[in-house]
Design a protein around this ligand. Structure first.
Ligand SMILES: Cc1cc2nc3c(=O)[nH]c(=O)nc-3n(C[C@H](O)[C@H](O)[C@H](O)COP(=O)(O)OP(=O)(O)OC[C@H]3O[C@@H](n4cnc5c(N)ncnc54)[C@H](O)[C@@H]3O)c2cc1C
Length: 508
């Protein structure tokens, strides 16, 4: 029989985005209630070891997280200097001059139970059809710098979009820290210098801080970032290195002054040995260059980054090194790794904060007692792996589909062998334009389709059953949907104006 005694104390190691994002919902669930704390939660952060401090672009799922915490939306936006994000604009990825958008939301309504994309593929093959992007409301809004939240009560193609946020990662962590501490999470400042384990099974029993304080716990959540202090340093869970598929291993980040217009989207521009991000916030613009150090020196990478800023730099560029991949086991013994301690796949599709959220949700689903059931841990690890690998494939897709001929880096990305799971997705799309979202993987069919078509991959055919519908009637219908989206976007407020009127942060 497993030991079903409830946990007495949870120790979260690390106070970056992952640590405070974990502490907030745990504090909400089991912090101090009217009968006192049900389970103590202690978070340790080191003043000497800073946080990564980047991580400014998110996915629409962040709104579920914020809603679970019952955060006030306007207050959250003001406190984190946030802006709205309708998707990502990709420049120069397919080839120099190529430009496409990954917008959040749907593509027009289904026609006779077939996705409107299938009808579009057929008409596009016949010629004279505009870009598929005309049927993405998020994309049309983004191209015009418009923003207003969708009206969930109105079923219309013009409402078929969703959105995320760009925010200041440091301010978000501080906001969640206040939330968690108010719900009974204890914050300890100090650097962990020693870890005690139980003889026999190696479970972690306590951590010791540099000043000699010893903090015991039943469950340890490793949010120590790339250091992976417990999951690797103590448990040696192992790491699957994916650099042969995702070869970028460095990034430089630098903020610059805000410029107009305030775009409601992230921009990702491919460079000769990587890519550069641009993330607009209310008080500044975040920029970074993700690159492969085998193909470009740090000095050249810095020069590339700085020469493409659209505002005055506000700091010196900061370099970060990483190895793309994931922990072989995200949960080992009584240690669960969340955040960068569990793995990293580079920020191309802003997936890391989402992975923090789902790890927390999974931990709550498989919440342990002091007995730590091995079957629960195995299931947690299997689900984490599936999630990581399906996101990995989507990110590899961006690199692999390129047709650039200007650098050895892009040639290598195009010619590399991709994972069999991605090969299968490409083969399925290549014949009839089909995409299957398996086991509720993060990225939906429409996301894959936008990247595939956006980078110029055209399927040989389309769903045979769409031939049964009259093509001129479908053409007219698609045209009317496009007109509706255009008309609605034209009367939406400008992104900057919407923020100024509803949720502007105080100007310093
Ligand atoms: C270049 C880059 C760009 C990114 N962009 C995005 C993005 O746009 N969107 C997105 O979703 N994600 C992005 N990410 C990922 C995102 O930054 C991270 O997922 C997020 O910040 C979580 O980091 P973390 O909390 O795991 O680690 P960290 O921020 O590194 O925090 C680690 C914590 O552990 C503590 N610690 C470490 N060692 C000790 C010790 N010995 N004793 C006590 N405390 C210790 C530190 O003090 C710190 O508090 C990006 C990452 C990188 C590298």
């Amino acid at each position: 029989m497993p030991d079903d005694q409830p946990l007495r104390r949870i120790v979260i190691v690390g106070g970056g985005t992952a640590g405070w994002m974990t502490a907030a919902p745990l504090g909400q669930l089991m912090g101090q209630g009217e009968h006192g704390a049900r389970c103590e939660i202690v978070l340790i952060e080191s003043p000497e070891i800073g946080t990564v401090g980047v991580g400014e672009a998110t996915l629409p799922t962040i709104r579920f997280y914020n809603r679970t915490l019952e955060l006030d939306s306007a207050e959250f936006i003001r406190k984190t200097q946030a802006t709205f994000k309708l998707g990502i604009e990709f420049k120069d990825w397919g080839h120099l001059g190529n430009r496409f958008f990954h917008g959040f939301g749907e593509f027009g309504p289904a026609i006779q139970n077939r996705s409107s994309v299938m009808h579009w593929l057929r008409l596009h093959g016949l010629g004279g059809m505009e870009s598929h992007e005309h049927w993405s409301t998020a994309t049309v809004m983004a191209r015009h710098n418009r923003f207003v939240p969708p009206d969930g009560d109105v079923a219309s193609a013009a409402n078929a979009y969703t959105y995320a946020f760009h925010f200041d990662a440091g301010l978000y962590a501080a906001y969640l820290r206040d939330y968690a501490v108010a719900r009974g999470v204890q914050r300890e400042e100090g650097t962990i210098v020693d870890v005690s384990v139980r003889p026999g099974d190696g479970f972690v029993t306590a951590v010791t801080l540099a000043d000699g304080r010893r903090i015991e716990g039943d469950l340890f959540i490793d949010c120590s970032g790339f250091r992976a202090l417990l999951i690797e340093g103590v448990c040696q869970a192992g790491y699957d290195d994916w650099t042969h598929w995702l070869p970028c291993d460095s990034a430089q980040a630098v903020p610059c002054a805000r410029v107009e217009p305030l775009t409601p989207y992230t921009t990702s521009t491919a460079r000769s040995a990587g890519w550069q991000w641009r993330i607009p916030l209310q008080h500044r613009t975040g920029n970074g260059h993700v690159f492969c150090s085998q193909h470009i020196s740090e000095d050249e990478a810095t020069a590339t980054l700085l020469s493409h800023l659209d505002g005055e730099p506000l700091a010196e560029p900061r370099t970060l090194k990483f190895v793309t991949g994931m922990r072989k086991q995200c949960w080992n013994r009584n240690v669960v790794a969340i955040g960068l301690a569990s793995g990293f796949m580079e920020p191309l599709e802003s997936t890391s904060i989402h992975l923090i959220q789902t790890a927390i949700a999974r931990l709550i689903d498989f919440f342990p007692s002091r007995g730590f059931s091995p079957v629960d841990i195995d299931t947690y690890n299997r689900l984490s792996r599936f999630e990581y690998e399906s996101i990995r494939d989507f990110i590899i897709l961006h690199y692999h589909l390129n047709q650039r001929t200007d650098s050895a880096f892009w040639t290598a990305c195009r010619e590399m062998a991709v994972p069999p799971t991605l090969q299968a997705k490409l083969a399925l799309f290549g014949t009839h334009g089909r995409i299957v979202r398996e086991n509720n993987e993060l990225f939906a069919e429409v996301a894959w389709m936008q990247v595939m078509l956006g980078q110029g991959l055209q399927p040989q055919g389309y769903h045979p059953l769409v031939d049964s519908v009259d093509d001129s009637a479908i053409g007219e219908y698609l045209h009317s949907v496009h007109q509706l989206i255009q008309r609605c976007a034209a009367v939406m407020p400008d992104h900057a104006r919407f923020i100024a009127e509803h949720c502007a942060a105080p100007r310093n």
